[in-house]
Design a protein around this ligand. Sequence first.
Ligand code: B12
Ligand code: SF4
Length: 587
Amino acid sequence: MRVLLVYTDIGTGQLFHYQHGLGWLSAVLKKAGHQVGLIYLEKEISEQEFIQQVKEFSPQLLGFSCSTLQYQFVKKYARAVKEELGLPLVIGGIHPTVEPEPVLKEEIFDFLIRGEGEEPLLELVEALEQGRDFSQIKNLGFLKQGEVKLNPLREPVALDQLPFPDREIYDEEKLLEENDYQVMVMASRGCPFACTYCCNTVLSQLAGGVSKWHRRRSVENVLEEIEELHQRYPQMKSIMFMDEVFTSSRSWVEEFCREYAKRFTTPWRIFVRVGTVDYSLLKLMKESGLYSVLIGVESGDEYIRREVMNRKMSNEQIFQVFQWADELGLETWSMNMVGVPGDSEASIRRTIELNQKIRPDHLSLSIFQPFPGTPLYERCKKEGLLRSGGATSIFFYQPQVELPGLSDEKFNELFKEFRFLGWLWSAQKRAKGYYDLCAHFDQAKIKAGGENFVEMMLTRVRGEDRMSILIHPPSRVSWKVLLKPNSWLCFGASFSPEVWDKPGEGCWYLVKVKTRWRGEQVIFAHYLDPKHQPEQRKWNDFKIDLSKFGKRKIELILETKTDGANDWCVAFWSQPYLIQGGEDEPA
Ligand code: B12
Ligand code: SF4
């Protein structure tokens, strides 16, 4: 049978990602001789365009994967296909798993699969193909005479018995390029913990308990896949393990590290939970190739973290893990969440303070989103705290629950302050040269053409992350700096890839120097137009000689300007910094 899978990733602010669930579904179907395609939607398209893409594959079954915030889009496309093509539709993924009744009652989908989909989808496909009865397939849901039927759930799948997740249905070249040749692997499913905001709590209940839900592949099985991936992607630079808590079993990690180091040198990164690692385990992992750890801090307020989120760990323990990671030279990411019930200005400030103490290399900040089925969602519902918003991501917008005593304006202000400090600390930690302009962004003078025209952030262009300053035209940013003799200014320039294909032109990147004796003069003017000049779709590096200014105090001005109105000109200046001597440090 021809099965077309659909994954929507609209408005999430997420990069083009490999989704393991679909990879595994596809692998299982293909192994049984079926043909599988994938529509991966990163942006909203019209229903007609969507239908056109579906027709191109001419599927016999269409399968939508759906998380809660994407349901609004999934519904729209599914309804359009149903009306126009009348194809059988099946929906799976976290949202239909936790909210099966309301989804089926909308009468858009013929079938719904709860929980893990490999075995039930294959059984459904074969039943449909052979015209057999599907009504007893475990995990399946459907409407029967207007009534929701939800079949019982089967045991979670034995991971080693699955084929390796399929990569072919994705645009592999794009995946590699956008993720800087980092390849994603998943060595386990589920998590042994029960944070109140996380869907794992629901999934483990559905699976019949945490011991059934949380499973690891054998070390050998994971290494075999990694072997295959090295052959498939000789350009692979690193591996990201998407496991929720890679370190949940110490003995597994120890065995993994020993065996990995015997066979591979590719660096890898993981999600870690405080309480599951100590210095010696981090050291062992580092020696086998670990280079980066993503650690959930979530809140710096012990009460919120312990009692509201059910994360039993202390600030001291969190600080300690970051310190160990720093000592070992591991890159650290601190993952935080604000806007949970009970959050106040004071508790958010405590989270900022904890991060200030930790000084992570990178900080991720999201806004609590109550997901159906989770204990915290139920609490919000009971206490009347739920808000109905059209959010598509946990990284933008306003709080998603009522926070008595904290206005939306204040929340927004705190969110922006926190995010800015995160960027600043990050810039300070990775400062280059003798004066890094991003690391001194708090001392910069900004003349912005409008709200949010000037911001600092980590920007990815062609897979390369750089700390950057967005200077949307017409705006300028300046720093008063004391030059050293023979100074050079180094920086990269590019537009955000998101606007490469938008209408509009390029813009001018101007560097000016203001001195007391000569006023303001332009020392560099370059027109960059990555929209129309494909060779400029990367970081374009420049190095400017400032030696004629000698050892003086100057005002260094970075300015972006267009020849006309140009809304889609998202111009970044990446990591501008000063060095002494033109050749001693590459830009
Ligand atoms: C890795 C991960 C990511 C990755 C990969 C994307 C992805 N969707 O998997 C990245 C970082 C990109 C990501 C992004 C986001 N994520 Co995320 N993510 C996860 C995580 C930790 C693991 C997912 C995974 O790979 N599991 C393993 C695979 C095998 O399982 P699976 O994906 O669920 O797929 C199986 C079944 O669901 C089913 N199935 C899935 N699709 C389909 C389709 C059909 C037709 C069928 C029949 C079956 C079926 O069969 C699959 C195989 O068994 C989960 C936590 C979790 N346990 O689910 C959170 C989770 C899914 N993410 C979450 C969130 C909030 C997000 C974001 C919204 C964050 C944001 N940017 O704001 C985005 C949304 C992206 C999107 N378009 O949906 C929430 C979703 C909650 C909800 N109710 O919607 C989760 C549950 C975490 C949580 N807070 O509890 N995420
Ligand atoms: S540790 Fe992470 S994956 Fe596990 S329950 Fe908590 S938030 Fe979810």
